[in-house]
Write a protein that binds this ligand. Structure first.
Ligand code: ATP
Ligand code: MG
Length: 269
């Protein structure tokens, strides 16, 4: 079975700062996983270990059995696409089209094939109208979608999305939910870092919580949100409906409006 495996992994930055300590994790290609947790917990550091941008100081990271220590980042990135937290760290072309076409051109695809795949990726991200724009002159949230399309077009086996929900409005969040469905249909494993707990509750079966360099919990959204200790340690906020449900004494595991209504129904009737 294809998977990304972290075995006793620690990572220390060149300045000596230990950002990840003894991470153990297996994520299958058939999974869609959210990583949550406080600022500075080590989430971005951890996902960069998964695509070979960071190589472990201790332990091993295996991508479909390939130890990332034995491969270049470019070799691993073919399998594991990473969409940077800050799009400006990723974008370097003068037009959105060229940015998305960059990797297919690198792989020497024909211009006809490239146009087809660029337009397909742009349509998935709802950014076709921006294809001729300069990426540095469009809003941040659209820029983020350009970087997602630029990785999507490389057809990786896994995609890591680092805070795609930051700043997104309802339409943007819907585009991201739809993207997760597309990735599932394409059999692409997904790892998404996000601070948007409504997005987590609505879209992810498996949630990994991080705090202080460690993975502190790994389970269903219900497992994570109903655990007071995990909530406190990882400094995540329950969903609004979860908070209301908990305040009303309906339990701690309510995730959304539907569950709140059904719990209230049970109480009233
Ligand atoms: N290049 C670097 N050199 C030294 N320390 C770093 C470097 N990059 C990050 N760090 C530190 O490592 C820790 C973990 O950072 P990381 O970016 O992985 O956190 P994060 O969980 O992604 O946080 P956020 O939610 O703010 O994005 C932080 O204390 C950060 O300051
Ligand atoms: Mg981060």
């Amino acid at each position: 079975m294809n998977q990304i495996l972290l075995e006793n992994v620690s990572f220390r930055y060149p300045n000596g700062f230990l950002a990840n300590e003894n991470l153990n994790l297996a994520i299958g290609q058939d999974e869609c996983v959210a990583i949550v947790g406080q600022n500075g917990a080590g989430k971005t550091t951890a996902v960069k270990l998964m695509n070979g941008l960071n190589k472990p100081t201790e332990g091993n990271v295996l991508v479909n059995g390939m130890n990332t220590k034995d491969y270049t980042t470019a070799q691993i990135a073919k399998y594991v696409g990473y969409v940077f937290q800050n799009p400006d760290d990723q974008i370097f072309n003068q037009s959105v089209y060229d940015e998305i076409a960059y990797m297919p051109r690198y792989y020497k695809k024909s211009e006809k094939e490239i146009k087809k795949s660029v337009e397909e990726a742009a349509d998935i991200m709802n950014i076709r109208v921006f294809l001729k724009s300069n990426p540095f002159e469009i809003p941040y949230t659209i820029r983020k979608f350009v970087t997602i399309a630029a990785i999507l077009v490389t057809e990786p086996q896994y995609m890591i999305l680092d805070e795609p929900t930051a700043g997104q409005d309802l339409n943007g969040t819907k585009t991201l939910s739809d993207l997760l469905t597309v990735l599932h249909d394409k059999n692409i494993g997904v790892i998404t870092i996000t601070h948007d707990m409504e997005f987590v509750a609505d879209n992810f079966k498996r949630v990994i919580a991080m705090a202080h360099k460690h993975i502190i919990a790994d389970g269903s959204a219900k497992d994570i949100f109903s655990d007071d200790e995990v909530i406190k340690e990882s400094k995540i906020k329950r969903t609004d409906m979860g908070i209301i449900g908990s305040e009303l004494g309906l339990g701690k595991d309510i995730l959304n409006a539907r569950e709140l209504v059904s719990a209230l129904d049970g109480k009233i009737n």
